[in-house]
Design a binder for this molecule. Structure first.
Ligand SMILES: [Fe+2]
Ligand SMILES: [Fe+2]
Length: 340
């Protein structure tokens, strides 16, 4: 069946795992109709004729993402007229995000795949969602308590809320920012903190908003502080990673191997926490262990060993060559692998 913009949904819509996706009577926006038309939606006689979407979790992610996206737009409108928010104004975005978070974790969706999935959408909204999912994933890699993982997810969702106060023309400017524009952008942690300080959100979420651009060597902003809570340090790693791997107005997204090099450089320079960067970089590299890697000269290779302290310099088996130990060669995988 075809869904049209402007129509209302005639029945409740469920995922094939039985989770309610959209309520009967939901108004179909253009984006919502497009999502529904992308998937096969059928009447299931076994479910008393309720409609189900047959390709969950793809549709589940798309719809939840769409809901959060929509609520972020609403929040952006509110923020244009208000400098502080109340609980009711952030609740529904948070609720939908929690559903997405649960679904992503329950279905073990790979973060890298998810980032692919959403790559065409508007940067800031997508970035907040990704940073939440990545930060929670790092919490999981570090074996933190599930409550802490879920807190990390929320910290990511809210971390850049202060950017909603900035003129989108500046945020999405394709060229170089002037000093004044950059100074304005650097105010987003404090603006975000002020927006949320009257809500009853966990205090750590507010710390994340305020301190995610602080760096352990004191080179960050707004205060140049060197003492940063552990969960906020995780948030900073997730934030840096997603910013590098996303398309921005002024540059194309960079490959994951490049992002790993950057994180390692930040850890070596004492800006980001090494105890967080290393396990995360190892986890990311493990994803590539079973995949063939094409080198820049077109030759195929594969990772045979990852050095825990130097995950961006693995040992490779390369077609027609002896084993290549990148650490001995003082090379990183990004320097020799085909970037995409
Ligand atoms: Fe930020
Ligand atoms: Fe960010």
């Amino acid at each position: 069946m075809v869904f049209r913009k402007g129509e209302k949904l005639a029945e409740d819509l469920y995922s094939n795992s039985g989770v309610l996706l959209l309520r009967k009577g939901t108004f179909l926006t253009e984006r919502l109709a497009a999502i529904l038309n992308k998937y096969e939606v059928i009447l299931d006689p076994q479910l008393d004729g309720r409609r189900i979407a047959t390709e969950a979790p793809g549709i589940f992610h798309d719809l939840l993402y769409e809901n959060i996206y929509h609520e972020m737009e609403e929040l952006q409108h509110i923020i244009q007229v208000k400098t502080t928010l109340c609980d009711a104004e952030v609740e529904s975005m948070e609720r939908n995000f929690r559903k997405l978070y649960k679904e992503v974790f329950a279905t073990r969706t790979s973060i890298l795949e998810l980032m692919e999935h959403f790559s065409a959408d508007e940067y800031l909204f997508k970035h907040c969602i990704h940073v939440g999912l990545i930060a929670a994933n790092i919490g999981k890699i570090l074996k933190l308590h599930p409550e802490k993982q879920s807190l990390l997810a929320q910290m990511g969702l809210f971390h850049d809320i202060g950017k909603f106060t900035i003129d989108p023309q500046i945020l999405n400017k394709p060229g170089r920012l002037t000093d004044e524009e950059f100074a304005l952008i650097k105010k987003h942690p404090e603006a975000g903190y002020r927006l949320l300080e009257k809500t009853s959100l966990d205090p750590m979420i507010l710390k994340g908003v305020l301190m995610h651009h602080e760096r352990l060597d004191g080179s960050g902003y707004p205060d140049g502080r060197k003492t940063i809570p552990f969960l906020v340090r995780i948030l900073s790693v997730a934030d840096t990673f997603d910013a590098i791997c996303s398309n921005r107005a002024y540059r194309r997204r960079q490959p994951v191997f490049f992002a790993i090099d950057e994180l390692m450089a930040d850890a070596d320079a004492g800006r980001l926490d090494r105890e967080i960067v290393l396990p995360f970089a190892n986890f990311l590299m493990e994803n590539y262990r079973k995949q063939p890697i094409t080198l820049r000269n077109g030759v195929k290779g594969s990772i045979i060993r990852i050095h825990p302290l130097h995950p961006n310099q693995p040992v490779l088996k390369v077609e027609g060559y002896p084993v290549l130990n990148l650490m001995e060669q003082k090379l990183t995988l990004f320097q020799i692998a085909n970037p995409y």
